[in-house]
Design a binder for this molecule. Structure first.
Ligand SMILES: *Cc1c(COP(=O)(O)O)cnc(C)c1O
Ligand code: SF4
Length: 442
């Protein structure tokens, strides 16, 4: 099958393609008609966004639908219940717009749009008691900052746990129009050393906008590290190479580093293919030349990267490009979770297989990690104790610092895919058991 795709010179301006381009894309890439229909229907419920770089450089069109990058960005059969898909199809044919919208809303509600209670539990208060917009503070040293103009991405991942905000389901007023309230908060909390700017993807913002958000943070002496959570190295490396303000972005990072601070790009790579294009590798080299540190993380996802070989190749490629493998996450229960989930025991086996032959410099990676209400919990693997086989777990991060680093055990289960599906060992210390049950919300 030959496919005529536009040839990319690397200098194109960014343009997002979405649900309204499904027919155009189906024609261009000869997507079979049943699949085109599913993409159209599922993208009424879940976010869909792609761009010419992902289409032309990352997806292998001769391998669809199994191709991992096609699975990463295009809605798939099986992401919704067959019954829901049928109902959407019938309503779309009937032309009853109001009924279609109501059904879409009902399906979204059933897909657990707001997992782990992040918004409720971790929002700090201003001096006057009002919640601080666009800030979450869960772990002592680090705050998350959500600039309002960074709440989208260059392309969307079908497994995104923040998917609800991309379909306008969530009140985006939670995001921060500017950093001034955060700066006030940071001045009263000298233990906070890290500001992790996230979204969406903060690098969808222009450099000028980003400078407006980051500059004021540097007035606070105790802030030592600015982290930027981004998938732009995978989805739009032009951001660091050929975009009109790419050079300005690198200058901005150099200026922050010149104040004696760290700038860390927390790069989201889902598959080693994302590190193959020349443009992506140039983007990483240019970032590194400014003194930026690149740390890499991604969730483990069925159909996308649920094999040890994939992770092993990815960690090798990250290291080869001067980046640090950091976290392998466990997917959360939201969106098309049943399609993507990988049981914890299998996740631990994939991690171990991929980790085994890594050079020491890449053994910085931890996983599989659940980012849960109580903290970040790693599954170290299956051990045998007097009760039989058990899962060995450990807190890497916790709301309560007294839990950090402490191991605990749960009954082995071939199907459990999240902390709340595990049965803890009866000897588990009460503080750990309470945190895991989620009753110890700080
Ligand atoms: C993961 C995470 C962080 C950063 O944790 P590190 O282990 O320092 O990378 C901060 N805040 C929240 C809410 C997180 O989930
Ligand atoms: S890049 Fe991150 S925030 Fe954006 S869709 Fe993917 S997982 Fe979600």
């Amino acid at each position: 099958m030959t496919v005529t795709a536009p040839v990319l010179s690397g200098t194109e301006r960014f343009r997002a393609l979405g649900p309204q381009h499904v027919d155009e894309l189906a024609e261009r890439y000869r997507i079979p008609s049943h699949l085109r229909e599913t993409i159209r229907l599922v993208s009424t419920v879940l976010p869909f966004r792609v761009n010419e770089y992902v289409l032309g450089e990352l997806i292998d069109w001769s391998q669809i639908p199994e191709d991992p990058i096609f699975q990463l960005v295009f809605p798939q059969p099986g992401m919704l219940l067959a019954e829901d898909e049928r109902q959407l199809a019938a309503l779309a044919r009937s032309g009853d717009g109001a009924a279609l919208r109501a059904t879409v809303r009902a399906i979204r509600e059933r897909l657990n749009p707001h997992p782990s209670g992040q918004r409720q539990y971790n929002v700090p208060r201003r001096a006057d008691g009002k919640p601080l917009a666009g800030v979450q503070h869960k772990y002592e040293q680090t705050v998350l900052y959500f600039p309002s103009q960074g709440q989208t991405c260059h392309s969307y991942c079908t497994y995104c746990f923040r998917w609800a905000q991309f379909v306008g389901d969530v009140d985006l007023r939670f995001a921060a129009p500017g950093p001034h309230e955060l700066v006030d908060y940071l001045r009263t909390r000298p233990l906070i050393t890290d500001v992790l700017v996230t979204g969406g993807d903060p690098l969808v913002m222009s450099t000028e906008r980003l400078r407006g958000h980051l500059g004021p943070l540097l007035e606070v002496e105790s802030v030592r590290t600015i982290r930027l959570g981004t998938k732009s190295l995978a989805y739009w490396p032009q951001r660091f190479v050929t975009d009109a303000d790419a050079d300005d972005l690198l200058r901005l990072f150099e200026q922050i580093i010149a104040t004696g601070r760290n700038v860390a790009v927390m790069a989201h790579f889902s598959h080693p293919r994302e590190l193959e294009p020349e443009l992506a590798r140039r983007a990483m080299a240019r970032l590194r030349a400014t003194g930026v540190l690149i740390y890499c993380q991604a969730p483990l996802i069925a159909h996308v990267n649920d094999s040890a070989v994939v992770w092993q190749q990815m960690w090798h490629a990250e290291l080869a490009n001067g980046a640090v493998p950091y976290y392998m996450f466990v997917e959360r229960d939201t969106g098309p979770y049943d399609y993507f989930k990988v049981p914890l025991e299998r996740a631990a086996a994939i991690f171990q297989d991929a980790y085994r032959d890594l050079p020491g410099l890449a053994r910085t990676v931890r996983g599989p990690v659940m980012s849960a209400t109580a903290g970040k919990v790693v599954v170290d693997g299956v051990v045998t104790d007097r009760g039989g086989q058990a899962l060995q777990l450990r807190f890497l991060q916790a709301r309560d610092p007294a839990l950090v680093g402490r191991p605990f055990r749960a009954r082995q289960s071939p199907t459990a895919a999240w902390l709340d599906e595990l049965q803890l060992d009866p000897d588990t210390p009460e503080d750990i058991a309470a945190a895991v049950r989620g009753t110890a919300v700080a």
